[in-house]
Design a protein around this ligand. Structure first.
Ligand code: IYR
Length: 221
């Protein structure tokens, strides 16, 4: 058993006015984030993506197992294969699998099975969730709160990419098993989602939808 070892917390306390200013400034910035489905093919420096992934990798997670792996797809040939496979699943989803209620919920977003952005955007970050980890010896180590952990890391990643000046799309082709095969990932990993990242297309449009106000999403007791 490895014993706990403690080190001093590096906590930077801020004056209360500065705290309030930063809380408001973060909200004003993040509220401008929009899920984008029209991407430009303009290149984006890889260092930016790398730092955003470093930020994602700092997310709190179960037993610090860090049960994630980010496959950054830049290769046009691999992007094309992902597009073909995703559009095939999506076409079946929209045309036969999705219940009417689900299609009605999606209607305000104006989505359909066509996913050209999977080829246009410079980066597809395929987020893999590791249900268990592999030791170098080949043994298995269980991971904890995998879905929660990876979800938090993706939240960090989306926020990091947004504040770096990039647009993103959380894309969840369903089912996503084809990604293990195309990307050659091991069987302890399941695709969690595909985060499309890049510049938005010129004159990109987004659905005219709102977020719920604070009173609807929070209760103070
Ligand atoms: N995966 C499909 C459908 C879809 C589902 C939800 I829930 C969304 O918020 C958006 C889309 C697609 O990507 O089109």
């Amino acid at each position: 058993m490895i014993e706990a070892k403690f080190i001093p917390l590096q906590f930077a306390e801020l004056p209360p006015e500065e705290m309030a200013r930063r809380a408001r400034a973060f909200y004003e910035d993040i509220r401008r984030r929009r899920t984008v489905r029209e991407f430009s093919d303009r290149p984006v420096a890889q260092e930016i993506i790398e730092d955003c992934l470093r930020a994602a990798g700092t997310a709190p997670n179960g037993a610090n197992m860090q049960p994630w792996h980010f496959v950054v797809v830049r290769d046009p040939a691999v992007k094309a294969r992902i597009r073909v496979a995703a559009e095939e699943e999506e076409r079946v989803f929209y045309e036969t699998r999705a219940p009417q209620e689900w299609l009605e919920a999606l209607a305000p977003l104006g989505t359909d099975w066509h996913k050209p952005f999977l080829e246009t955007a410079p980066y597809l970050i395929v987020v893999m969730a590791q249900s268990y980890s592999r030791l170098p010896s080949g043994g298995k180590v269980k991971n904890y709160y995998v879905q929660e952990s990876v979800g938090i890391a993706v939240g960090f990643l989306i926020a990091a990419l947004h504040q770096a000046g990039l647009a993103t799309l959380t894309h969840t082709p369903s089912p996503m098993g084809f990604l293990n095969e195309i990307l050659g990932r091991p069987d302890n990993e399941r695709p969690y989602l595909v985060l499309v990242a890049g510049y938005p297309a010129e004159n990109a449009q987004v659905p005219d939808i709102d977020k719920k106000p604070l009173d609807d999403i929070a209760t103070f007791i």
